[in-house]
Design a binder for this molecule. Structure first.
Ligand SMILES: NC(=O)c1ccc[n+]([C@@H]2O[C@H](COP(=O)([O-])OP(=O)(O)OC[C@H]3O[C@@H](n4cnc5c(N)ncnc54)[C@H](OP(=O)(O)O)[C@@H]3O)[C@@H](O)[C@H]2O)c1
Length: 178
């Protein structure tokens, strides 16, 4: 079974997107091209699993940002084929978090990037997240799509690392407590 890894940015009040999916608040006025550790993180990732919400957001970008295979979990999209431009890069499936990880494991993945609020929540509930890099943007947006939600019980982490960037972004890495 591969391990699940989260690398995600939230507003100060814990949202990953506005209600309508807007991400404009993520852009830091003091941003200087710093990637906040993303390249180092993605280098060690074998596959990406995300929810339909995240897929729909990313597929609207000018360029597809991933060079790793992406599995999109979706009841709506399961059974459909990826758009031609994403052929071989994206697949759709309606799988439980555990079944998705087993599927990616059979394909050789050892470390899986888990992305999207609802998806992260469902993987957390199944104990499938080994660590989380959480970047906090210094803005309150008041309402939006939450990173966290019901957990079905307490989930304990160890705080592993803290970084503060000139851009104003602060970042913590949490490891699932054994
Ligand atoms: N700030 C950041 O760093 C960051 C990172 C990633 C994404 N985002 C933003 O976050 C938004 C997407 O997040 P989100 O929480 O709305 O959606 P999400 O987690 O990306 O996708 C949720 C959808 O995935 C499908 N799904 C399939 N299996 C599931 C399961 N086991 N658990 C939960 N969902 C499952 C469902 O779609 P069906 O109805 O098709 O089954 C569900 O509606 C986008 O706006 C994106 O731009 C921000």
């Amino acid at each position: 079974m591969p391990t699940g890894h989260v690398f995600i940015a939230t507003s100060l009040d814990g949202f990953i997107a506005r209600k309508d999916g807007g991400l404009d608040w993520l852009i830091l006025p003091e941003h200087d091209g710093e990637d906040h550790g993303y390249a180092a993180f993605i280098k060690d990732i074998d596959a990406i699993v995300m929810g339909r919400g995240s897929y729909e957001a990313v597929s609207g970008f000018d360029t597809w940002p991933y060079d790793k295979p992406v599995l999109v979990l979706s009841r709506q999209l399961a059974g459909t084929t990826a758009p031609e431009a994403l052929s071989g890069k994206v697949s759709f499936a309606d799988l439980s978090p555990r079944a998705a990880m087993e599927h990616l494991g059979r394909q050789g993945a050892k470390r899986v990037y888990v992305d999207g609020g609802q998806i992260v929540q469902s993987f957390l509930r199944e104990g499938l997240i080994a660590d989380m890099v959480l970047s906090t943007i210094p803005v309150l947006i008041g309402e939006g799509r939450s990173l966290f939600g019901p957990t079905g019980g307490d989930i304990h982490f160890v705080h592993d690392r803290f970084l503060s960037f000139p851009s104003g972004l602060v970042q913590s890495r949490y490891l699932l407590r054994p």
